[in-house]
Design a protein around this ligand. Structure first.
Ligand code: BMA
Length: 340
């Protein structure tokens, strides 16, 4: 392992496959048996994609975007011994409100799953007079208690940081409209109690790099490294045949993540394989989670592919952060208005 390290837990059973060949120096490589989740994975669910996983009890657990056969997305729980083969609950996650009454959003999609201290938080997109952020917490993956909607509509791609910073919870989000949003920058907000959010700051915008020139959105929960927070996000290009979603990378300042230290001008992964280029929505690679191991620096990236499958890709922290630094271009769009 090089000089750059992951600050975090050891995950001995992290899914892993060594890089084969050095295809033009790309720091991210795909799992050879992708996709890891194929079509019709659960009764009544046509496709699973854009999903998040986390180590739990020596194994892995995850929250999965399941597109039901009525076309409406909802969140399902899944468990895995190796992080690759998943068993899903047939029933949707039974959220409840703080009084213990059932709370079932009209729809729920693109979940993230982040542990802060001893609580697991699920963050997703749901209807609140349009696309907005939904949240719930659990300690045992049996009882899922709703938390107030953190932000006003319209918003998507909310991603919590895995620890408090200067005493506050921090969450990235991407204010938007309620359709197939043709714009969007990443912002960060703070909260002392997960109820009231404020101190909103601009983090980064779409860029002059054409693969992310339409909009961007947070992806996996930021990984703490010795160089700062490693953020994997999605960047979107608008073509004559529709949007193309690629995976990008940036390093945010450790104590003030609204500051971009490095931002890679090249995508890290872009649709190339059949399961990324062909599906319900072609040309989508959409990261929602990583599993990472502080002992080896290994990173396993979980991403939705073509709104139809889940793909797995790998990298190592020194190679990935090194590549982002070597190809960094921080621009005006990463600076908050009025700040230099
Ligand atoms: C975005 C979100 C994602 C989806 C992507 C491509 O707006 O809805 O869930 O993967 O579009 O369809």
């Amino acid at each position: 392992m090089g000089d750059i390290k992951i600050i975090g837990n050891i995950v001995e059973k992290i899914p892993w496959e060594e890089k084969k060949g050095g295809k033009y120096g790309s720091p991210v490589w795909r799992y050879s048996n992708n996709p890891i989740i194929g079509r019709n994975p659960v009764k009544g669910v046509a496709r699973i994609f854009n999903s998040a996983v986390i180590p739990y009890g020596g194994e892995f657990i995850g929250v999965f975007r399941g597109e039901q056969t009525n076309g409406i997305p909802y969140i399902y729980l899944g468990r895995s011994e190796d992080g690759i083969t998943w068993n899903f609950d047939e029933n949707r996650i039974p959220f409840e409100d703080e009084e213990g009454n059932p709370f079932m959003p009209l729809y729920a999609y693109d979940p993230r799953l982040v542990k802060v201290e001893d609580i697991y938080y699920i963050i997703w997109c749901q209807d609140f007079y349009g696309a907005a952020i939904g949240m719930a917490k659990t300690k045992d993956f049996k009882k899922f208690i709703r938390i107030e909607n953190p932000f006003l509509p319209f918003n998507r791609n909310a991603v919590l940081f895995p620890r408090k910073i200067n005493g506050n919870f921090l969450m990235l989000s991407r204010p938007s409209d309620s359709g197939h949003t043709p714009f969007g920058d990443i912002f960060v907000s703070e909260s002392k109690d997960m109820v009231y959010w404020g101190k909103h700051r601009h983090v980064m915008g779409k860029s002059s790099n054409w693969w992310e020139s339409l909009k961007i959105g947070g992806g996996a929960a930021p990984i703490e490294t010795t160089e700062g927070w490693l953020l994997l996000y999605h960047g979107v290009s608008s073509t004559c045949n529709g949007y193309v979603y690629s995976i990008g990378g940036a390093i945010l300042d450790m104590d003030n993540p609204s500051i971009i230290k490095y931002r890679c001008e090249n995508f890290l992964l872009t649709p190339e394989e059949w399961y990324e280029e062909r599906g319900f929505v072609p040309n989508v690679t959409f990261p929602c989670a990583t599993i990472h191991d502080a002992a080896t620096g290994r990173i396993a990236i979980y991403y939705g592919a073509a709104d139809s499958y889940v793909g797995l890709a790998f990298s190592k922290v020194d190679e990935l952060v090194g590549y982002i630094k070597d190809n960094s271009k921080v621009s005006e769009s990463d600076t908050e208005i009025g700040k230099r």
